[in-house]
Design a binder for this molecule. Structure first.
Ligand SMILES: [Zn+2]
Ligand SMILES: [Zn+2]
Length: 355
């Protein structure tokens, strides 16, 4: 009789344990680092999750509120440590009320606290309902998201034009870095460069939907991204992404993902390297479409003759065996006799082959 009672108690305990495991929702992500670029058409929205902490950078247009709400619900993200509205334009802050309808936000950052639009008014109103006031970040400020750090790089000063007021952040997780540039254009890019930050990043969220006025060569050369994500709407009236900007990215040998082609883009980092998953099954846009055999042949013949190879467009120089040399457009290739020769001709060393 006693042993039967014991068995019943154990059985009840096991059932209770199972029920507890079943009904307790798993944390969003126990460890590791993930960036979700949400496909919000001609707009920007990203959610970053690290060690169970989450932040949101932009929320798409007002019409994307439902989409953003559903995304957070699906991923069980009901708490955001931070919310960043990069600038006051509707395609960045318009959908944030949708996120505020689902998630409790601890702190919100924006370059302005007032802006004359219905979308911005709603953003402020929904924040106020949670008792949150907008904080204007100072460049150089660092906040932490789990074991990742988030550094504010811009705006460096006040600008008349909203795009240049964009908050720019560099997020570092282990040896991987992610640069989010909002809609910052060349003026802000130049000021960020002048401030002398280390911009080197694994992944670049391309500025201003890859418009012509962003992603200048000097900026790109300092970032040296391996990958870039362009948030852009199919057939938009702005002509984004701009063909010249896309060709600058190709010349810099960057592998590009686009929300208009790939849908939602998810990047995970293990602290050493990143991997991409896309909603739609379009392959990444490779740096170059030239035939591989031709590239290899041309680069190897040049390799014999010169010590280093420069890229006339990006002004970066490489060791002849660097993978970037094979991907370089042959017309941009410059033979360099020595490291000194390269530096004297204002080439900068490649971050990958470190010549
Ligand atoms: Zn925009
Ligand atoms: Zn904008």
């Amino acid at each position: 009789m006693k042993s039967m009672l014991k068995a019943i108690v154990i059985a009840i305990f096991l059932v209770a344990l199972l029920a507890f495991a079943f009904f307790t929702k798993a944390p969003i992500s126990e460890t590791g680092f993930t960036v979700y670029f949400i496909d919000v058409g001609q707009a920007d929205s990203a959610v970053i999750v690290c060690d169970g902490h989450a932040m949101m950078i932009d929320g798409g247009n007002a019409a994307d509120s439902d989409l953003v709400y559903t995304f957070l619900k699906k991923h069980n993200i009901n708490h955001l440590d931070y919310m960043i509205g990069t600038h006051a334009h509707e395609d960045h802050i318009g959908g944030l009320p949708g996120a505020l309808n689902y998630a409790k936000v601890d702190a919100a950052y924006c370059p302005v606290t007032t802006y004359n639009s219905k979308a911005f008014g709603n953003f402020v109103k929904y924040l106020a309902q949670q008792g949150v006031k907008i904080t204007k970040p100072k460049p150089g400020d660092v906040i932490s998201l789990g074991s990742a750090s988030v550094k504010f790089l811009a705006p460096q000063k006040a600008y008349g034009e909203p795009n240049n007021t964009s908050i720019v952040v560099k997020i570092t997780y282990g040896k991987t870095d992610f640069l989010f540039t909002g809609d910052a254009e060349r003026e802000s890019e130049a000021d960020i460069l002048a401030a002398g930050y280390n911009l080197r990043s694994t992944v670049l969220k391309v500025g201003h939907h890859a418009s012509k006025t962003s992603t200048t060569y000097p900026f790109l050369r300092e970032i040296m991204p391996k990958y870039a994500v362009v948030s852009v709407g199919r057939g938009n009236s702005y002509g984004h992404p701009d063909p010249d900007t896309m060709s600058r990215l190709r010349d810099a040998e960057v592998t590009v993902y686009r929300t208009d082609l790939h849908g939602d883009v998810t990047v995970t980092s293990d602290g050493n390297d990143v991997s991409f998953k896309t909603q739609k099954n379009a392959g990444p846009v490779p740096p170059r479409s030239d035939t591989k055999a031709q590239k290899t042949q041309e680069s190897s013949s040049l390799a014999v003759e010169s010590s280093y190879i420069g890229n006339a467009n990006t002004k970066v120089f490489h060791r002849p065996k660097c993978s970037s040399v094979g991907q370089m457009n042959p017309k941009n290739r410059v033979a360099l006799n020595s490291r000194e020769d390269a530096i004297a001709r204002s080439f900068k060393p490649c971050g990958r082959c470190k010549p």
